[in-house]
Design a protein around this ligand. Structure first.
Ligand code: ATP
Ligand code: MG
Length: 254
């Protein structure tokens, strides 16, 4: 294994990369997950590797939405389990959310491996593994998706990260509110979600947890107000304008 020098400017990013590679070697992440991660790394360069104001706004809306939800579910894939397992469990506890393994490339070995990581992070119950994913929901492009009758199928709010566009669209078409953590504001997932957090999931999850703890004591009316003042289109627009301006500035600083 390559040793990452202490003073490397992208040390953090390289350590995360190692985590994903390790997870792939253990069969938790698929090779396609590595490609998705690389795409994410590129967008992190573009937004300046920091949580920006447009993400902060979406995180507030997401916290309010989770606290107001009747049946929230956190959908987990291999990359999420490899990167933010502890945060997933913490957020689920704080918001009374179910946790469901939901994979683009379904395979029981991987479902169990991901559930195992979540249980080791102290999850009480993990849905969507093997027989539990017994219901089918219609999807346009990918193979029809299996979900748990006690999880995504029943959910009013679904939080997901690094998700494929067709799958996100299928959930929205079923009338579910979708909170997406996707660092690419141009992806179809970002464009179709109800609330899009344009940020690295590694930074977004702890902030979302923080916001939920802060909002937990607020009355529902106040949370509803935060949500009704939230405009996902304009947040996406702000993120794209931010990248454009940042690149222009960078081009002048050469
Ligand atoms: P779509 O299908 O939504 O049009 P896509 O096919 O580009 O998008 P997928 O590979 O299906 O995307 O999903 C991965 C998405 O997750 C990408 O948009 C990628 O930028 C994003 N992503 C990758 N790593 C991270 C990360 N660490 N945090 C947040 N988002 C990430
Ligand atoms: Mg896709």
């Amino acid at each position: 294994r390559e040793i990452i020098p202490e003073n490397h400017p992208r040390k953090e990013s390289l350590l995360i990369r190692e985590k994903i590679v390790e997870a792939m070697e253990k069969g938790v992440v698929v090779p396609q997950g590595l490609i998705a991660h690389g795409r994410g790394e590129c967008f992190d360069y573009l937004i300046g590797e920091k949580t920006q104001f447009f993400a902060e706004k979406a995180i507030e809306a997401a916290a309010a939405m989770l606290l107001l939800a009747k049946y929230p579910v956190i959908s987990v894939n291999g990359n999420m389990a490899a990167l933010v397992a502890d945060d997933i469990v913490k957020l689920a506890e704080l918001t009374n959310s179910k946790i469901e393994v939901n994979l683009f490339y379904r395979n029981e070995y991987r479902e169990k491996a991901i559930a195992e990581i979540l249980y080791r992070a102290n999850a009480k119950n993990v849905l969507g593994v093997g027989e539990d994913a017994s219901l089918t929901i219609p999807e346009l492009f990918s193979q029809r998706r299996k979900v748990s009758p006690n999880g995504i199928y029943k959910a009013d709010v679904v939080l997901l990260g690094l998700e494929d566009g067709d799958r996100t669209e299928a959930l929205v078409k079923m009338g579910k509110k979708v909170i997406a953590i996707d660092i690419n504001p141009l992806s179809r997932t970002s464009m179709t979600a109800t609330v899009t957090i344009v940020d690295n999931i590694i930074r977004a999850m702890p902030r979302l947890i923080q916001k939920v703890m802060e909002f937990k004591s607020k009355p529902n009316e106040e949370l509803m107000k935060i949500l009704s003042n939230y405009d996902n289109k304009s947040v996406l627009r702000e993120s794209i304008v931010f990248i454009a301006n940042r690149l222009t500035q960078l081009s002048f600083s050469l």
